[in-house]
Design a protein around this ligand. Sequence first.
Ligand code: OSB
Ligand code: MG
Length: 359
Amino acid sequence: MPLKAPFRTSFGTETTKDVLFVKVVTSESEGWGECVAMSEPRYCSEYTDGAAEVLRKFLIPSLGQLTDPDVHALSATMEQFAGHPMAKAALETAFLDAELRAAGTSMSSYLGAVVDRVPAGVSVGIKNSIDELLEEVGGFLDAGYLRIKLKIEPGWDIEPVRAVRERFGDDVLLQVDANTAYTLADARHLQRLDDFDLLLIEQPLPEEELRGHARLAEMMRTPVCLDESITSAKVTADALAIGACSVVNIKPGRVGGYLESRRIHDVCKANGIAVWCGGMLETGIGRAANVALAALPGFVLPGDTSASDRYFAEDITEPFVLDNGYVKVPEGPGIGVEPIPDLLEAITTSVEWIGMDRL
Ligand code: OSB
Ligand code: MG
């Protein structure tokens, strides 16, 4: 799917979104899941074509080993394969969606949602100039977004943050995301961000540097939030135990699905740690499930749960829209939305059907 505008981060520039959906068809219902892997392995090791291969070769066939398939059994059987959380999350979500649709239960009530709308933040890419950045941020604030996240990297950090604060004032909820672009040797430089009253700095250091983040967190007043490092509830518990972060970004794809996402939410909530829902430029399919998750009680910060038109001129589901800075949590069974057939067909480049007769 074409993006409305290029999206640049410290790891690369996206101009289109390579979308992979999993559709589960059972005798009772159908379900959809969106794989959030990107077309190239830059944010993490997974990528769209690789995820498709793991799904067709290992994950989907593993369903055949289940005598009484349900989402928990599926999740457990996929554990025999290492890694590939984004591929696993897509299959698990499609399966859960089918199961919930058959039961007439919404994803939000299944997960334990406590609100019917969630505050929307927006992630703003690296720009060619401060003027361009201010224009884009101004547009998002005018649209009603309740929180701005600026992508940063060495050479694009202090000045853009200063410019946004100067232009739009101290009341704007503002945070930054480095996508692992710094090292601990940059600590003194990053301390300069402390002047700007940011909500948090997201993933300044590489994924595996939990102790580095703990050290940096001691050196900065700005709260450290982890994204790439948070790969499971177990890792989350370790990160919290050593003080590697005081805020957590939960992305279901990165952690293997919504069941593990809920466990991470629970670990953080029990520890008094704020969480928020990250995003991966999802279409309405992935967005619907994220918005349901973001309605849980521990999600006390606005997420990257933007409206559909943040990235897409036309979504493939009913679009998610901003209403006074909030996005509505879908109410229907399962994830509550489905692809609109004509729109889905228009973007489809290939379809594979893998029959599992015994389901
Ligand atoms: O680090 O949160 C990130 C997009 C792709 C990969 C990683 C990240 C992002 C975003 C955008 O920041 C989130 C969104 O708006 O969907
Ligand atoms: Mg991030």
